[in-house]
Design a protein around this ligand. Structure first.
Ligand SMILES: Nc1ncnc2c1ncn2[C@@H]1O[C@H](COP(=O)(O)OP(=O)(O)OP(=O)(O)O)[C@@H](O)[C@H]1O
Length: 602
């Protein structure tokens, strides 16, 4: 991914902050600048007061009032600045999160989401949205500290120019050391990111409902906890190493600062005794040395903090500026399907170093016909579905939709023409109506359409019988609003019922050009399976369909059955033709029917 320069990253954060909350930015800048002036004013008024008390020059009252005003500002400004910082953090965090998720939503395919390096980057990018405003805070703090330092250095130079030079020179090693620490920190974060993601994954397994059964039955809770803690210990070790380095570096830098300040003090004491400078000058000198050192120290720390945040924010910029995972040069509008979909010598692998999954597939799915895809596990059936939905483009070869190469189509256009029940369909922790409505957002509030889809999927009766009917939450993770005490607030459905919900979701989209059913009935009992296939056949009639199933009796009516074997089409034809061929399909079908016969006899 790209290397982002400091100015560019800082400009991006500033732009983000300005667009998020311009008034708060102004308030924050004002409070910060005013804070910068306070220590200098305090030191000057202290000197003026001392000089006035010694009756050398000036008015005691004016100096005292000035000192009081500085004290008031010193008390109020940090609180104002903290408030503005908090407000800015919330506004920037919201906008950054919105932009980050909008960017991930624009990835039309799946490649990024199946790339571990990208997922690590995404995690760090998400983390940076919560503290990127801190970057701005650090930048302001550097500016504020620079102002303070300039003021003190000026005062110091008036009393002893050499001291000003020495204090300034002591900045160089501190800056170099802190920048190195910052670089080491971001490297450590990047290197430990996979561990942190794995720790999160183990934590989810240990507390999530989905894994709870297996975790308990197989007694693997302790094992998973051990692995989770091992990941955490690894991260802790890396952090401890860095903290130790930080401790040693800061100790050495403090020693250097103490030596410089101590030397200055000795000098000031000696020359004051000779009467070459006033008592006020000594106080001013001490304040100026301490203030300059503190200011420089703050600057160095803030610059290091900025370097750290800038590199973290680089991950955010990487994600929000990532190139599209699929070329979306929609040069052709996708027409409504009238002839059919043709796969022409389609080859596919998930990456250059991955094996070929599809190896020269030629296939024609005619308009209005149903093609069934069968084959052993791992033959490449679901992969072919991913290509048809353009979640990936073929590595070689083309897929033509009425003659239009899918590569030249807009994925959103294509998907609006498709409906699907995926093998790994989703169970959303939402209400029953929303679970179906998500299949076609314009209808999410349309009760009659949702009910009609549920009826076609044969799940309507089960849903109306729920405590709150279609409004019942299909989860035990959340409460309905104001329903915390009700035992009926949410319910869990059975696997087969969830499958019917997924089918209803797919059916809600009225009249798609292509209906893809990847194992739509695997979780159903035989009676329900038969029922659902009769319904789906009716729903599909006249529509183009691609049906994937391991249960061959459900695909025997298809217009064309294609047997996929190790990424190649091994056989194709109607059921009777394939049975006559006595090839892999006939073998599988005979094996399955024998199983049924034995089961029934048994
Ligand atoms: N995202 C991925 N990255 C790398 N390899 C993958 C990915 N998804 C699937 N594969 C591999 O592609 C091959 C084909 O998988 P696919 O899911 O297409 O098979 P399938 O025919 O649908 O199998 P099943 O009948 O078990 O559902 C498998 O070897 C699988 O490991």
């Amino acid at each position: 991914m790209a290397e982002w320069s400091w100015p560019r990253t800082l400009a991006a954060v500033t732009g983000l902050a300005w667009r998020s909350a311009p008034a708060t930015v102004l308030c924050y800048v004002g409070a910060t600048l005013a804070q910068a002036a306070v220590p200098i004013a305090t030191a000057w008024f202290t000197k003026a007061l001392l000089d006035a008390l010694n009756a050398e020059r000036g008015s005691v009252l004016g100096a005292a009032l000035g000192l009081a005003a500085s004290g008031l500002a010193a008390g109020v400004l940090p609180s104002l600045s903290t408030y503005a910082n908090g407000a800015l953090g919330r506004a920037v965090g919201l906008r950054a999160t919105d932009r980050l998720f909008a960017a991930t939503g624009k990835f039309a395919g799946l490649r990024y989401f199946e790339d571990p390096a990208f997922l690590d980057r995404l995690r760090l990018a998400q983390q940076s949205t919560t503290d990127c405003h801190g970057l701005l805070g650090s930048a302001f703090d550097v500016g504020r500290a620079a102002l303070t330092v300039a003021g003190f250095l000026g005062a110091l130079a008036l009393i002893n120019p050499w001291m000003a030079v020495i204090v300034l020179a002591s900045l160089a090693p501190a800056l170099a050391a802190q920048l190195r620490l910052a670089r080491q920190y971001t490297t450590m974060m990047w290197q430990t990111s996979p561990s942190q993601r794995r720790e999160f994954f183990y934590g989810q397994l240990l507390t999530g409902a989905q894994a709870a059964k297996e975790v308990r039955l197989f007694g693997i809770g302790g094992f998973l906890r051990g692995r989770m803690l091992a990941e955490r210990r690894g991260v802790n070790r890396a952090q401890r190493r860095l903290d130790l380095r930080r401790l040693a570096t800061n100790g050495a830098l403090e020693l250097l600062a103490a030596l410089v300040a101590g030397g200055g003090l000795v000098w000031a004491g000696l020359v004051a005794r000779e009467g070459r400078i006033s008592a006020g000058d000594v106080v001013m000198f001490i304040g100026a040395v301490a203030g300059t050192q503190l200011g420089l120290n703050t600057m160095v720390h803030m610059i290091a903090q900025m370097a750290q945040s800038l590199r973290m924010f680089g991950h955010y910029l990487d994600v929000t500026h990532a190139p599209p995972d699929l070329p979306v040069a929609a040069t052709a509008r996708l027409p409504a399907l009238r002839r059919g979909i043709e796969l022409r010598d389609v080859w596919f692998r998930y990456g250059d170093d991955h094996p070929w999954i599809l190896r020269g597939v030629d296939l024609f799915i005619p308009y209005g016909g149903t093609v069934a895809l069968v084959g052993l596990n791992g033959a490449g059936k679901s992969t072919l579905v991913k290509l048809l939905c353009r979640f990936y483009d073929p590595t070689k070869g083309t897929i033509l939709w009425d003659g239009v190469d899918l590569r030249h189509s807009d994925p959103a256009d294509l998907r609006a023409r498709i409906s699907a029940v995926f093998q790994d369909h989703m169970a959303y922790d939402l209400s029953a109506a929303e679970n179906i409505g998500l299949g076609h957002l314009p209808l999410i509030d349309s009760g009659p359409d949702i009910e009609a889809a549920a009826r076609r999927a044969g799940i309507h009766d089960a849903l109306v019988a729920l405590p709150r009917g279609y409004r019942t939450l299909l989860t035990r993770l959340f409460f309905s609003d104001g329903d915390e005490d009700s035992a009926s607030t949410g319910v869990e459905l059975s696997g087969g019922q969830w499958q019917r919900i997924a089918i209803a979701r797919a059916l809600l989209r009225d009249g798609p050009d292509l209906m893809i059913l990847d194992e739509p009935s695997s979780g159903l009992d035989p009676e329900a399976e038969h029922d659902i296939h009769v319904r789906m056949r009716a729903g599909r009639s006249g529509r183009t369909g691609l049906l994937i199933s391991h249960r061959l009796n459900t695909v025997r009516d298809a217009d064309l059955i294609v047997v996929l074997k190790e990424g190649r089409v091994a056989e194709r034809g109607r059921h009777e033709d394939l049975m006559d061929l006595r090839g892999p399909y006939a073998d599988l079908f005979t094996l399955q029917s024998a199983g049924y016969v034995t089961e029934h006899i048994g």
